[in-house]
Ligand binder design. Structure first.
Ligand code: CTP
Ligand code: MG
Length: 234
């Protein structure tokens, strides 16, 4: 079964603050997107990478891919993205040629995921799981709150048992037909692809995630990413 990776990279990165679209911001001098592409292409299982570019940035992304050294055995396709992450992933799936039975969906905003994590996800899909997510235990206690007006205190409603909670990362891995079906039928807002599979009542399983697969979301995450990269280059 051949494996393709779809990389949603079309977000603006509002929480990171003003600047270029997040995927094009640099880490160690190289755009975050290129790190994410390299992380996917580093897996011997992955032979095609579909990059979902910022809507006005497809040509720029194509130029970037051509300018950076990437494995010859991997093919690259660039498509413009949509208004939401979900739409962007769907546009990436629409661009997948036939012959790829396994699809990874990986956030450009997780540039430093180790290849072992990528391989573990692919392996679990090959073993028969329709959907696989890398997951880590939580460090913080989590509270459920009642929404309140801005500036008002939020009453705490519940404290879910932390030992049963996981923070999930990408790449998430899927049986391609199942993921395409999910994107064709599930409506409503979701924040990851696996939750769409859950809505179809199909099994989603976890594999161990990795600390370095954290998502670059806020400015402090950039500081951490630069430090991880500098440590790798020692
Ligand atoms: N994404 C996308 N298309 C969108 C929105 C998000 O492809 N319309 C991608 C982002 O580029 C990112 C991934 O989905 O790689 C995870 O999203 P997130 O971390 O929320 O990135 P942004 O949406 O860019 O950031 P923010 O929510 O702070 O604006
Ligand atoms: Mg977002």
């Amino acid at each position: 079964a051949r494996t393709a990776a779809v990389i949603p990279a079309a977000g603006r990165g509002v929480r990171l603050g003003p600047g270029a679209p997040k995927a094009l911001r640099t880490l160690g001098g190289t755009p975050m997107l290129i790190h994410a592409v390299r992380a996917m292409a580093a897996s011997r299982a992955v032979s095609l990478v579909v990059v979902v570019a910022p809507p006005e940035g497809a040509a720029e992304v194509r130029t970037l891919l051509d300018a950076h050294a990437l494995p010859d055995r991997t093919e690259f396709v660039v498509v413009p993205g949509g208004e939401t992450r979900q739409e962007s992933v769907k546009l990436g799936l629409d661009a997948l040629p036939p012959g790829f039975d396994i699809v990874l969906v990986h956030d450009a905003a997780r540039p430093l995921v180790p290849v072992d994590t990528v391989d573990a996800v692919v392996e679990a899909v090959r073993d028969g799981a329709p959907a696989v997510v890398p997951a880590l235990p939580l460090a913080d206690t989590v509270k459920q709150v009642e929404p309140a007006a801005p500036g008002e205190p939020e009453p705490v409603v519940a404290t879910p048992d932390r030992s049963l909670l996981r923070a999930v990362q990408t790449p998430q891995g899927f049986d391609r037909d199942t993921l395409v079906r999910a994107h064709g039928t599930v409506t409503g807002d979701v924040t990851d692809d696996a939750s769409m599979i859950e809505q179809l009542d199909l099994a989603v399983v976890t594999v161990p995630g990795h600390e370095e697969a954290f998502k670059v979301t806020r400015p402090l995450d950039l500081v951490l990413a630069e430090a991880v990269l500098a440590r790798r280059r020692l």
